[in-house]
Design a protein around this ligand. Sequence first.
Ligand SMILES: O=P(O)(O)OC[C@H]1O[C@H](O)[C@H](O)[C@@H](O)[C@@H]1O
Length: 528
Amino acid sequence: MPKLNFATEGLNMDIDLSAHRDRLRNRSLGAIAASRAGQATLTAAGWRIDMARQYLDPESEAALLAFGETCALETASSDLFSGAIVNPSEGRPALHWALRAGSPLEGEAETVRQSIQPALQFARDQRSGKVTTSGGAPFTAVVHIGIGGSDFGPRLIADAFEDLAPAGIDLRFCANVDPLDLDRALTGLDPKSTLVIGVSKSFGTEETLYNLDRARKWLERALGDDAAHHLGLVTAAPEKAKAWLNGRDAHVFDMPLSVGGRFSLWSAASLACMIYLGADLFERILAGAAAMDAHTRDTPPAKNVPMRLALLDYWNTSILGDKMRVVLAYANRLRMLPTYLQQLEMESNGKSVGPDGEAIAVATAPALWGGEGSVGQHSYHQWLHQGSQAVPCEFILAPDAGRDSAGLAALTAHALAQAEVLANGRSLEEVKKEEPGLTDAVARQKVHAGGRASTFMTHSAFGPEAFGALVAMYEHRTYFAGKLWGLNPFDQWGVERGKTMAGRLKPALTGDASADDPVTASLIAALR
Ligand SMILES: O=P(O)(O)OC[C@H]1O[C@H](O)[C@H](O)[C@@H](O)[C@@H]1O
């Protein structure tokens, strides 16, 4: 596609994307897709992304790319990778990419790159027997305590590759302030052989500190002062961790300030995964992410996968008006990906006001949900096919190659069939032709409207590298989409407000104050 040269500020007003929408609205998705079959494909780090079944054609794609240029996507990319301040709320760069860089960087980025080494070394020492329990034996269990960005990523990694974990470690996670979560995580574990790892970038998150306090007491009851040997803390606020330790020792690891919590799965925040899966496997994940970084940094917008997917997000949400996006992971290893992406995308871009305080004029990040294919086909796919809302879907077909061929063939057929039916639908004529004995009423219920857009992502050799590349792709896409919407994807004022309000309501629960809101007050009265 020729490079369009729109550099003038404010020109995006002149790129009338809605005219392209109106033109395409009258065409069937099946017809659009048929004309784009095999020609709407991008590749990056082993991934193939097919966008043939989106409501796009060469003209609208050219207009979208021109829009991206007016939004300075390429500058956004060089800002990210040069360590410029891209998080104005905190006056910081966003250096998550530096954690996976394979060769030395400069300045703060190099400090970030190095920050992961002590955690990798600790994991290696644990496996080699250098790091032991206070009794000199190997740890046999690890309990990871953290929430939000200090939980979803490590949980995703551990779940994806648990079958590749060498024997010896029972890994548990605890995030919720509901006491049951920690009770469950500790069930059956012996404190004498358990390492508790607390991860909190701020070291100020109520849920994590609550669970850590309880876990420390659990350790102390069995180990006394030796409990410190069984505690690992990962944080960007070492002073607060020190205060919490109150003069006692623990294994403390650094989480860089310039890496956002929801971008931190590459950091020491994943210490539990490094121990559980081995440092070597973790480094393969980092290498895959680095390959996606190289693609993102060095590829012009027309072929740049994260940029093009961010433009697609803008197109579907802000121009076509879709309120949701559904991620369908046809890969058992990726069953937790939609949950992970909810935080990455919705906490990053679920905003309506830009850093300048101005309201964003268009709809921003869609609600993201999804699950594991083919499991979801027996549940919410009914809604996707015949519900009253047409929602774009994202198929990720990336099972392990080389597994049982009948299962792989069935999985592949199901993914392909779902995407095809969603797009092409099934008309009344087709139903009646295929099933002539049906009553008219039943035949009508079997009609699929079709017109449901989808993207189809595949990888032929899925493994830790492909996993790293995929997650890094979503990170960059989220960043670029934030840029297109004019948002800061690296803050979360809405979340902060919830924390403040919970703090204010606690005295009302104990009767030391009353709640201002009448409904809250009546709920508290009923709960007492
Ligand atoms: O790592 P922490 O500082 O404990 O933060 C954990 C989580 O808490 C907050 O609520 C933020 O919204 C999340 O983005 C963050 O990941």
